[in-house]
Design a protein around this ligand. Structure first.
Ligand code: HMG
Ligand code: MG
Length: 297
């Protein structure tokens, strides 16, 4: 039987949050609608964070209201606190993502909270989400290294992942925020977390800063993970993680998985077209090697 890998497309959120010039809401809406037609089943649409911290996504409510929600596709949004959750609910979101980190230093820079404080902030969100039928995904950042702290002990990753899973997050996405990991370290980290949280509730989220993302994903697939985060055209980066570059490109992930005989449900040609459209909009070359190869063919 063909194995299925679920791709969580984070381009409209992680991909765009670090863009310097403000992209019009109508273009963000078009991006999400185009992605919805490629067969992707999960598209992280935007963030209901403080517009002072992430000005690019200040239009979250307008974008969320403007998209055509395709049946069968989920559109999670990031929320850092109850204020964000209220805004997400008012906009009609049915899935949200909360985010913390394995590093205290990064969490402070990113959400102005300690790890403990962030978990306390998430508790009322999880309770209210459960009573309103909203699904909650959880992110743990800096799982393979931190731009402020340096090395991050695997035990810290395990502890935060377990706490978020215990709170009720249905899936924990393990983020190599600054793309510093290598395959053996990625596999060992995943193996340790999977002792505390079932593998079926884990996802991997690699930034490709040092060109290691696909190798890291392969190592994690071999370990048993079946959910991969990626961003069309390899866009992305976190403004509070200096040196972080784009996420692994969804086109390249789909190409690799198809080549391994795994099913993603994604139409690669259509995804490449959407990536080309986005590159033209952003005025720069695609970060997808598969797209560049197809352009040069
Ligand atoms: P703070 O300054 O401590 O918050 O920031 P505050 O509660 O003191 O509020 C300050 C102001 O923000 C107030 O407005 C609030 O109303 C407002 P004022 O009274 O000054 O006019 N505010 C909000 N407005 C709208 N929506 C909200 C909201 N909350 C407060 N939800 C806070 C704390 C968490 C708000 C801030 O630090 C923040 O928004 N951080 C988000 C940073 C971010 O989005 N980073 C990128 C996403 S994480 C990532 O990329 C990693 C990931 O991809 C995985 C990986 O790669 O590892 C997920
Ligand atoms: Mg990220």
């Amino acid at each position: 039987m063909t194995e299925h890998v679920r791709i969580v497309e984070v381009g409209p959120r992680d991909g765009l949050q670090n863009e310097k010039s403000i992209i019009a809401a109508r273009d963000k809406i078009e991006l999400i609608n185009r992605l919805s037609e490629t067969g992707l089943a999960c598209i992280e649409a935007t963030s209901f964070v403080s517009p002072k911290w992430i000005p690019q996504l200040a239009d979250a409510a307008e974008v969320f209201a403007g998209i055509t929600r395709k049946p069968g596709v989920s559109y999670p949004v990031l929320v850092p606190n109850e204020q964000g959750f209220d805004r997400a609910l008012a906009a009609g979101a049915t899935e949200v993502a909360v985010f913390s980190a394995a590093s205290e230093a990064f969490n402070k820079k990113n959400i102005n909270a300690s790890i403990d404080e962030s978990i306390e902030r998430f508790k009322p969100i999880l309770l209210r989400a459960a009573s309103s039928g909203v699904k909650v995904r959880g992110y743990v950042s800096t799982v393979l290294g931190c731009p402020y702290q340096g090395d991050v002990p695997v035990a810290d990753v395990v502890r935060v992942a377990r706490r978020m899973h215990d709170l009720g997050c249905y899936e924990i996405s393990l983020g190599d925020t600054i793309g510093i990991g290598t395959p053996v370290k990625a596999r060992d980290m995943l193996r340790a977390v999977a002792d505390a949280v079932p593998m079926s509730a884990l996802a991997v989220h690699f930034h490709d800063t040092r060109g290691q993302a696909l190798a890291n994903i392969l190592a994690c697939l071999e370990e048993g993970v079946r959910v991969v985060d990626s961003a069309v055209s390899g866009t992305g980066g976190c403004p509070y993680a200096h040196g972080a570059s784009g996420n692994v490109a969804t086109e390249d992930v789909v190409y690799m998985l198809e080549g391994m005989g795994m099913d993603t449900g994604v139409d690669l040609a259509q995804l490449i077209d959407t990536g080309r459209w986005l590159s033209a909009l952003l005025g720069r070359a695609s970060g997808s090697k598969v797209t560049i190869a197809s352009d040069n063919a």
